[in-house]
Design a protein around this ligand. Sequence first.
Ligand code: SF4
Length: 377
Amino acid sequence: MMMIRSLRLRVHSSLYISSFSTLSSSSSAAAVQADRTIKEGPRNNWTKDEIKHVYDSPVLDLLYHGAQVHRHAHNFREVQQCTLLSVKTGGCSEDCSYCPQSSRYNTGLKAQKMMGKDAILEAAEKAKEAGSTRFCMGAAWRDTVGRKTNFKQILEYVKEIRGMGMEVCCTLGMIEKQQAMELKEAGLTAYNHNLDTSREFYPNIITTRSYDERLETLKFVREAGINVCSGGIIGLGEAEEDRVGLLHTLATLPEHPESVPINALLAVKGTPLEDQKPVEIWEMIRMIATARIVMPRAMVRLSAGRVRFSMSEQALCFLAGANSIFTGEKLLTTPNNDFDADQMMFKVLGLTPKAPDFDQKATSFEAERCEQEATAS
Ligand code: SF4
């Protein structure tokens, strides 16, 4: 097994040498930075200008170099299937302009109490049977402070679902240091808390909690030893600089998030963003390939908005570096892709479901280098 993997890495290396030996002064920023990422591994000292130039590279060139970094750092055929369940829907006090679950907007969504244990565990079993290796529980809360009973229940569900052999993720709003530690203790794999957009554009989208509060939650999650899942949404009315700004914040965190969801807004009637025009596939590809080049190890998740893209368009996203999707009827409250259509897509594109990985760092460049060194010596 070790020999097969080492061979794969050597094949990667020789492909890489022949492809990149043609780098010239006229090479795009995507080519130059992908080359550097492959040679040096992940780095956290990206400048905004460097990322902007990668993002602005000719789109097919960007896609090509995103694909090369992807093939160097990951098994390009593997795509993780995650299921996201809204365990407590609607009635949220926050004012996120894109969200139908905010109690401030009239979207027709009925607020519901937290789901019961049996229904949640049954949903997790069903997701596992359908091929999901990660089960995410989402609750429409500003934070978990003062929700002792609910939080205790969540801890119990985390333990149970982890016991089923699945990775478990939660997205419960802001959490405190102690709560992050309790979630880790319960066996949580990852905590999702998106930054949504750039620091500069953020006040146009949310006013009820600050960008720094979000970063603080990510810090607590990281310090507790839980994998960080954090990304954003495009199509909120932001400029391209804001998309670059979001990627810059994520790529310059002390450690890159293990997961970076890239969402395309699904405008919901009744929210302040109901009239936003849909995101084009090329915008998604720019985001995905740039994320792949600047955060090579991360699982880049093709998330909300996937339902609007055809199989061919999704194929381009996988080629550019996406390696995870959400499956299941709904993504929290918005529609998601049909299960059978997803199965068919895996078959047609030759994708394989990714097995659960309880130590994602095992796929790191460092691990690859160690293996290469071990093979060479
Ligand atoms: S995104 Fe989360 S925090 Fe914001 S309104 Fe929706 S449920 Fe509440």
